[in-house]
Write a protein of this length. Structure first.
Length: 254
């Protein structure tokens, strides 16, 4: 039975539980979902500073819990620490935002993103640029409620999210819109009937990509940017699991 480690790098257990619920429903009974919440950091990521802390929390969770897992799903739109996780992890790591953006490009010529939290717009513009997909991005619309606030009261945000997703089609000329955020899990299905273009759920896109990676069993790169670090690194103040992983130059494959 494949085991998927689901890392929520913020510290809101309710968001972890929400993603885990949807992950288990999508994956079915033949997959074990192992959800983990960040041990430290912000309740919800709303800035570059909290995203940087979340990257550390994600590495901490990986080092502590990846043993026995076949793939890792980084369940945070914006993918804090994604490249570092890929480097350290012995199994594939799939980021929610990375998977969603690439899938959107397969389904349409141009894509847009709608998410919660106004500070996310410039952060996601930078993220999409790092993916090399800026030329495919029609626009990003970040609504005022944060993803955490939407998760607490999703019904109150449905009309606003639907309005912004529709505007991506009518004003931005996009072909498909990504509804981004762990706290928005399940909402794409609810607003899709009132939006004139496809609405892609970032949680579903990321999880399905993670399941595919687990089944492929492609193995760990031995060379290149995702290969383990060559030199061991001594550290101060990290968790024992993370410190040992860096000292060993990476986490040993299962």
């Amino acid at each position: 039975m494949p085991r998927i480690l689901v890392i929520n790098p913020n510290t809101t257990v309710a968001v972890t539980d929400l993603v885990a619920e949807w992950a288990r429903a999508l994956a079915g009974s033949g997959v074990e979902i192992v959800p983990v919440t960040g041990r430290f950091g912000a309740r919800y990521i709303t800035s570059r500073a909290t995203a940087a802390i979340a990257a550390h929390a994600a590495l901490d969770a990986l080092a502590e819990h990846v043993a026995g897992c076949d793939a890792v799903f980084l369940a945070c739109f914006g993918d804090p620490g994604l490249l570092a996780l890929k480097e350290l992890s012995p199994v594939p790591v799939i980021g929610m935002a990375e998977a969603s953006c690439h899938l959107a490009c397969l389904l349409g010529r141009r894509f847009s993103i709608v998410t919660g939290g106004e500070r996310w717009r410039p952060m996601l513009e930078e993220f999409v640029a790092e993916l090399g997909l800026s030329g495919r991005l029609a626009g990003i619309r970040a609504v005022a409620p944060t993803g955490g606030e939407i998760a607490r009261d999703p019904d109150a945000a449905l009309a606003l999210l639907a309005e912004q997703c529709s505007a991506c089609a009518t004003a931005d000329g996009t072909d498909i819109v990504v509804l981004g955020g762990a706290g928005l899990a399940g909402l794409a299905e609810r607003i899709a009937p009132s939006v004139p273009i496809p609405v892609l759920c970032s949680v579903e896109a990321g999880l399905r990509a993670t399941l595919a990676a687990a089944h492929l069993q492609a193995g760990k790169a031995r060379l290149g940017s995702a290969a383990p670090a060559v030199a061991a690194v001594e550290t101060v103040g990290l968790s024992e699991a993370l410190a040992q992983s860096l000292l060993a130059g990476g986490i040993a494959p299962p």
